[in-house]
Structure formats: C-alpha cells, structure tokens
Design a protein around this ligand. Structure first.
Ligand SMILES: [Zn+2]
Length: 480
C-alpha cells in the first residue's frame, strides 16, 4: 500500500514538474525596442477624405452599378496617383476591378499581391440620424476620419496607393514584382476577385504572398495579456446553408393531428440548437493559443494554455463561454429563416427553415449536412443544401511560412510590443480565391480601433492610417 502511494506521489510530482517546465519555458518572442513611423505623405488625409465622399455602394449585380460614381472614383485614383499610373501597368477586369503590375527586376521570383476593395456597404437611410458625422462627408475631426468605407476597405486601398506613389517618387525598384489588386464588388458577390484570379490563372501566374483585409489589432479584452494582440488571418471557415422542409396534409385547425409541420420543424430546430457539433482545436487555433499563452501573465492560465496535451478539453470549454471564441472552435449551426402558415385557422401543409453553418477546416458542407440529418433522425424532415453558396473551409497559411513571417515583420515594424498571433477568419473575404494560386494568403490590416464596420459611425484613427501606410511601405520594401 505504501509503495502504491509512493508511486502515485512520484507520478504526480513528475507531472507537476512537466507542467511547470512547459509553462516556464514558454517564453514570448523578444520585442523590438523602438518604432519609428514615417509621417503620412502630404495630402494623404485629404485623399482618403475625397475617396469617402464618393459613395461607391456595392452593387447587387453587375448591371446595378452606379457607374457614374464608380467611373468618378477611377478618375480620382488616376488624378491622385500619377506615378502609379505612369510606371505600373493597369489591367481593367470587367469594368470596375483593377490590377496594377509593378515589374520587379528579378522575374525569376514569384510576385506578391497587395489587395483591397473600394466598394462599400450601403448606409441605412433610417440610421443616418444616428451618425455623428455625414456618412459620405469624409469629415476629419477628433483624431478620426469619418465615413462609410473608411475602414472597410478604403483604408487599405488608399494606404497601398499612397505607399506605392511615395516609393515610386523615392525611386524604389522592387526585385520581386508587386501586383495591386482592387475589387469593386467584395461586399456583394465578389465576382471581381474571382475574375481577377481567373485572369491570373490564364497567365499561369502564381504568387509568393497575398495580403488582404481581415485581421486587426485588439488592445482590449485581452485578459492577462498587457500587450496589443495582432490577429493575423491565415485561413477561412467554410460556408453552407441547409434547407429543412416538412410536408404533411394540412387542414382545418379545429381537427388537428398529433403532430403538425410547424411542430415537427420546431422540434428539429430545437434539437440542432441543443446538440451543436462538438468543439475541437484546429491547427491555426492551436498555433494561436501557443503564441498568446507565452505572453500570459497569469501563471495558472499560462500553465493551462502551455499544456494543451493535458488541458485541451478544459480550454475548449472555456472558449465556448464567449460567442466569438466559440465560433473559432466549432462548426456553428444557427437557424436564420423560418417560413410556414397562411392563416390562424389553417394547419399549414409546408414548413421550411434555413440553417446557416460556418465550417471548421477538416469538415465539409456534406459532412455538416449528414451530421444534421443524423441528429434530427426524422424522415418527415428533408434536409438539402441551399445551392450555389456553399464553400469549403480554406487551406491555411502556416505560422512558420515565409509569407507569415514577412507580414509578421511588417506588423512589428509599426506596432510596439505587439503579440502577433495567427487567426482563423469566421467570415469570407475576396482573398479566399487567391489561395489556389499563392504560397501564402494573409488577412491583416494594422487597425487598432476598428469600430463601425458596416454600421453607424464608421471612422478611422488618423494614427491607424499612418500605421497602414507604414505597413504597406514595409511590405513594398520587402520585395527588394
Ligand atoms: Zn471589406
């Protein structure tokens, strides 16, 4: 008995030592000391203000473009960035999407792509009165530039163009070619990006790195971590919507059957909500936890995150407590549309619902559908995939890849003491199409105060604009 106790004690001690060693040896990456940002070029603020004043609202289809505004925007870009238009070759794809090629001196190297979109989501007429500035006024006040699209995504497009123009003026010559790709319909159907990728594929053009919008810097809500965290998008979840339909002979509501279409459908939806797909850690989220854990200043938290081999279930459970982190560790399922019934005294013949799902890497639209069917386990409920909108989860860019490291260096050059962590994107961007033709795709813009996306009071800190300008300048200079 004594021996058994000794063995248990020995094992516990060993375990404790392993946990502590793993925790203590999990050290953060050494930070750079000082950051020196180049000031924004003269008139850059005026330029972005002008860009906002053109309401390039996203079209629902190709024929609904407000072409006068989109052409005016093109003229504005041509007028404002003369060197870009003298020295780079522009190709126009489907009227409103632009590819600029800046030829490098070493064509044996694969080029990089800096991409952005300049269409914006519409401003809700009823919400205009809630804004603290005119949505299309391009006002500059209280350290911010205000207006629809200033964050999403004219901040990127104008910063890329300002950086390119400035580098051309300074006589910079890239070794690696640089492509600037600007889409005009990202917020609606993203056909522009698809057409641009097709264009590159027809030329057999591949890339070393593609940088697009997506991740940003958070300075709050970082429990136990004092530094700012840059969440760098390295992959995207997939997408599928399922249609659940129930059909039964309806009839007079005075003589109902035991179960109705609405009742059967409701039960199915309830079952889905109560039995979500189990959580798991995918490689990008594991890499994210590894990175941020090294900066955690709560020993116990750090021990948990540094020893996922033992505490994975615990960590997963913690992550499900918050809706944002929950979405990172599971394929989500949520009902979004329900339809049935015509009158209060008629039992409906049909009841349908839509269930939207965002899919983790490793699963597919079909595997999600099978899961739902098995779960409901009721032949009265037909499950089908809503056509044309499903997409597979994207491949992911590794933290150790050259693509990630280059963007990481760019981020460290503009933000002091920043924690650079990979992140899985829960929404889709134009860049997903580029994964097929690039060695790495990264979603990141160094915005620290990104509030108002798609909503009221969209505004950007002038200091963030300066960061964006320097970030793209670094990426341009990294091609030499
Ligand atoms: Zn966007």
């Amino acid at each position: 008995m004594k021996n058994i106790l000794k063995i248990i004690g020995g094992i516990s001690l060993l375990l404790l030592i392993v946990l502590i060693v793993k925790t203590v040896s999990n050290k953060p990456i050494v930070q750079n000391d000082a950051i020196s940002l180049a000031p924004l070029p003269e008139h850059a603020i005026q330029h972005i203000s002008e860009a906002i004043q053109m309401a390039t609202e996203t079209p629902n289809d190709f024929y609904q473009y407000d072409s006068a505004t989109f052409f005016a925007y093109r003229k504005f870009i041509e007028r404002t960035y003369p060197l870009v238009h003298q020295k780079l070759t522009r190709t126009i794809i489907d009227s409103f999407h632009y590819i600029y090629e800046w030829k490098g001196t070493d064509t044996s190297k694969l080029p990089i792509v800096l991409m952005a979109h300049y269409d914006v989501v519409p401003v809700e007429a009823s919400a205009v009165k809630l804004w603290h500035a005119k949505p299309y006024g391009g006002e500059v006040k209280e350290k911010y530039i205000w207006g629809r699209g200033v964050l999403d995504d004219k901040s990127s497009m104008i910063s890329i163009l300002e950086a390119t123009e400035a580098q051309l003026k300074a006589g910079f010559e890239p070794k690696q070619s640089i492509f600037l790709c600007f889409g005009g319909d990202e917020e609606s159907n993203g056909r522009g990006a698809i057409a641009m990728v097709k264009y590159f594929q027809s030329k057999k053009q591949r890339f070393d790195l593609v940088v697009d919008e997506g991740g940003e810097i958070s300075t709050e809500d970082n429990k136990h971590i004092q530094q700012p965290i840059a969440s760098v998008g390295v992959g995207e979840k997939g997408y599928v919507t399922m249609v659940l339909s129930v059909q039964k002979a309806g009839g007079h509501s005075s003589i109902p059957e035991k179960s109705s279409t609405i009742g059967i459908l409701s039960k199915a939806l309830h079952t889905i909500e109560e039995n979500q797909i189990p959580t798991r850690l995918t490689p990008p989220i594991k890499a994210y936890l590894e990175r941020i854990s090294s900066y955690n200043n709560n020993f116990f938290e750090k021990m948990k995150l540094s020893n996922l081999w033992l505490f994975e279930r615990w960590v997963l459970n913690d992550m499900t407590q918050n809706r944002s982190s929950n979405a990172l560790v599971r394929t989500t399922l949520v009902p979004t549309v329900v339809n049935s019934g015509v009158r209060d005294n008629v039992i409906p013949t049909f009841a349908t619902a839509m269930v939207n799902s965002r899919i983790l890497p490793g699963e597919t639209p079909n595997s999600v559908k099978s899961y739902v069917e098995k779960l409901i386990n009721d032949t009265n409920v037909k499950v089908s995939i809503y056509p044309n909108y499903e997409s597979m989860p994207s491949s992911t860019t590794e933290v150790n890849s050259a693509a990630f490291k280059r963007v990481e260096a760019a981020i460290r050059s503009v933000v002091k003491d920043v924690v650079v962590a990979p992140m899985l994107m829960v929404g889709a961007t134009d860049s997903r199409n580029y994964r097929a033709i690039s060695n790495g795709v990264i979603n990141f813009t160094p915005l620290t105060d990104a509030k108002g996306y798609h909503g009221i009071d969209e505004r950007m800190l002038i200091s963030d604009f300066e960061k964006c300008f320097n970030y793209y300048t670094f990426l341009i200079q990294s091609t030499k």
